[in-house]
Design a binder for this molecule. Structure first.
Ligand SMILES: O=C(O)CCC(=O)C(=O)O
Ligand SMILES: [Fe+2]
Length: 361
């Protein structure tokens, strides 16, 4: 699937500590971020404040979760209709299929049949349900006996991701020269963002190469900003406008990328780029006793930031330069819409809920 020998995508590393640097250093960092988001919507962030130790703890909990017996995971199964009002729990192989702005039932069915994804996920939201009020459903997590410490860890990790998300929103508000640095944060009052842990099992390489299975199809993210800790084994690719190129793993950085809502809010100035997960090109594992070549297993941890569900997605001040940028999501039907309506439409298509995916937006 990957075209061999392609150079990795040209994505800059933006040092977040420069926000506290001299005015000149700060200006340089903001310009770098703006350029990166205009070019392909992706940036690496260094000095993001998540320690290696904390990240390893998260990786270890994620691994322990996916290694639980299947009947334990199935006891917290995600509902199959993909309603955002209960987007929580374990998603086994085959329950979802991500496609890019395909809302037609028959086409999605055909894609699912011909090239299913080999991936499991744990979908989570704000664990502090009293803070988020009636708007957030409870997480579906294993019991304390089944995976000791996970519930407390998820709270800690969620809080760290939420803080980081607000810091990045301040960074973005400044880069866009919005009226004040908390402009974007103010539309996230109840922290109703979303968090996903993914597991891509080891599998025969030829099944990925001949296209019988995918890991994660090409898609744009549905929300505003995505915070991603990819797996060191690689496999993530972004489309630079012409071809998919590897998003090389860079130690001590994380990846952030623009989602559909931000593309629409910036009127297309910042790109919600197509990306996908393929077999890592060089890191192949061999399973003892077999002659075949296997793709290494892979884990990723993602936080999808988005404004409160009822917020209308509209152009931000200063981004309304007509004809200069054109958001691709507008061509796909995102006009006057609330954040929840857009996210629901895309999540429903992923879960093959034709009625909800049709929703006029
Ligand atoms: O696993 C990764 O590196 C990327 C995951 C991703 O794109 C997503 O969950 O939307
Ligand atoms: Fe994604």
């Amino acid at each position: 699937m990957t075209v061999e020998g392609l150079e990795p995508a040209d994505i800059p590393v933006v040092d977040m500590s420069l926000l506290q640097g001299t005015p000149e250093e700060e200006r340089g960092a903001l310009k770098l971020l703006d350029n990166a988001f205009q070019a392909c919507g992706f940036a690496y962030i260094s000095n993001h404040g998540i320690s290696e130790e904390f990240l390893n703890e998260a990786r270890s909990y994620s691994k322990k979760f996916f290694e639980l017996p299947i009947d334990v995971k199935l006891s917290i199964l995600h509902p199959s209709d993909g309603g955002v009002e209960d987007h929580r729990g374990f998603v086994p192989d085959g329950l979802t299929y991500v496609s890019q702005l395909v809302f037609d039932d028959a086409t999605v069915q055909e894609l699912r049949r011909t090239a299913p994804e080999k991936k499991q996920s744990l979908e989570m939201g704000n664990p502090h349900t009293e803070e988020a009020g009636k708007d957030t459903p409870k997480n579906r997590l294993p019991t304390e006996e089944e995976l000791p410490g996970l519930r407390a860890f998820v709270e800690k990790w969620w809080d760290a991701m939420t803080d980081l998300n607000h810091t990045i929103l301040r960074f973005c508000s400044k880069a866009l020269e919005l009226p004040d640095e908390n402009y974007l944060s103010r539309s996230q009052t109840r922290n109703l963002c979303h968090m996903t842990w993914n597991h891509f099992p080891s599998m025969a390489m030829n099944l990925l190469e001949d296209g019988s299975f995918r890991r994660l199809n090409a898609h744009t993210d549905f929300g505003q900003i995505t915070l991603l800790f990819p797996d060191p084994v690689g496999g993530l690719e972004v489309n630079d406008g012409k071809v998919f190129r590897p998003v090389a793993f860079k130690p001590n950085t994380m990846v952030i990328n623009i989602g559909d809502l931000m593309e629409r809010q910036t009127n297309g100035r910042w790109k919600s780029s197509l990306h996908r997960v393929v077999a890592p090109e060089e890191k192949l594992g061999r399973i003892d006793g077999s002659t075949g070549v296997y793709a290494a297993e892979r884990y990723s941890m993602v936080y999808f930031g988005s404004p409160d569900p009822e917020s209308m997605v509209k152009t931000l001040p200063g981004c309304d330069v007509k004809g200069r940028w054109e958001p691709s999501v507008v061509q796909a039907g995102m006009h006057e819409v609330t954040c929840e309506e857009w996210i629901q439409k895309r999540v429903a298509a992923e879960f093959l809920n034709p009625e909800a995916a049709k929703g006029e937006v």
